[in-house]
Write a protein that binds this ligand. Sequence first.
Ligand code: FA5
Length: 342
Amino acid sequence: MKEQLIKLEQEVLQELEKASRKELNELRVKVFGKNGLITNLSKGMRDVPSENRKEIGQLINQTRSLLEEAFAKKEQEIENAELEKSLESEKIDITEPSKDIKIGALHPTSDIIDKLTDICVDMGFSVVEGPEIETDYYNFEAMNIPKNHPSRDMQDTFFITDEILLRSQTSAVQAREMEVRKPPFKIVCPGKTYRNDSDATHSPVFHQLEGLVVDENISMADLKAMLSTLMKRLYGEDTYIRFRPSFFPFTEPSIEVDLSCPTCHGKGCNICKGTGMLELLGAGVVNPKVLEMSGIDSKKYRGFAFGFGLDRAGMLLNGISNIRSLFKNDIRFLQQMKGEKK
Ligand code: FA5
């Protein structure tokens, strides 16, 4: 029996050595199956004289364990080889350029932010940023809009707590900057703003560009000259602007600025609803109270400020009729933009 076991072990190990996956499975049945070699040897234990039974039993078990281990090892080897082969054949070159690259363009809002800030930097403005999650103080109170003042109704605001809100206007950066800067200074601040608004020209998230100039002898004429130059550079030399009286608690006097329609050049079209003009921004001479609240001597210094709706400005530049198109993230829309191709 002993010799029989050694012979079996050697034969099986030899066959195992060169077995494929299919042969391995067949061999497994041949050795361990219902009528397999080892199984039959175990069955044959009945005929072994009782005094040798223990020793033979142990030998069979040893052979079984040794062969089981050899099978497991071979199976692992086959699996590794198969994996290696499939990794080799399915190799992906992630550096290979795609055959189907869809080229978009700079988003109209990013494009208008870049264009406007570039023009403002040329005019000597510094570009600043402010927090989108703002305090009631900077968004309203420091802008001469006390708590419960009716002018708060003009900006349907998302409050987080009584004192914290999503800024409803980039004007909130005015007081922040006035507190830390010494006049004279000129700053612009582009960024996101939030209001509970939603229709074809109003979105709950939109973008504004705030401008603030503080210096001696500032007047409405400076504001008009600056905005005229800005608009001509952005929309073309034949563009002109119109001032209309308005009200903002933080500017006195306050105006709204209309732009001759960049699509029809003032003749009247469906974009400007036949009027030839489009409302684009609010502006005015900074209210002396606002300067004083931020520690600036209003007897010596004056200022002007303006606040653009950037999404509207970008829509006009690109002939977009619905503000929602700006936030749909549709590459077909972006591909039509006149902005810089990326
Ligand atoms: C203001 O927000 C003032 N802070 C502007 C200002 C700054 C006045 C400095 C004086 C001095 P108004 O609420 O009108 O003003 O908003 C300014 C522009 O933001 C609007 O002309 C419009 O273009 C844009 N705007 C306002 N609400 C939305 C909205 N929900 N979606 C898209 N654009 C909007």
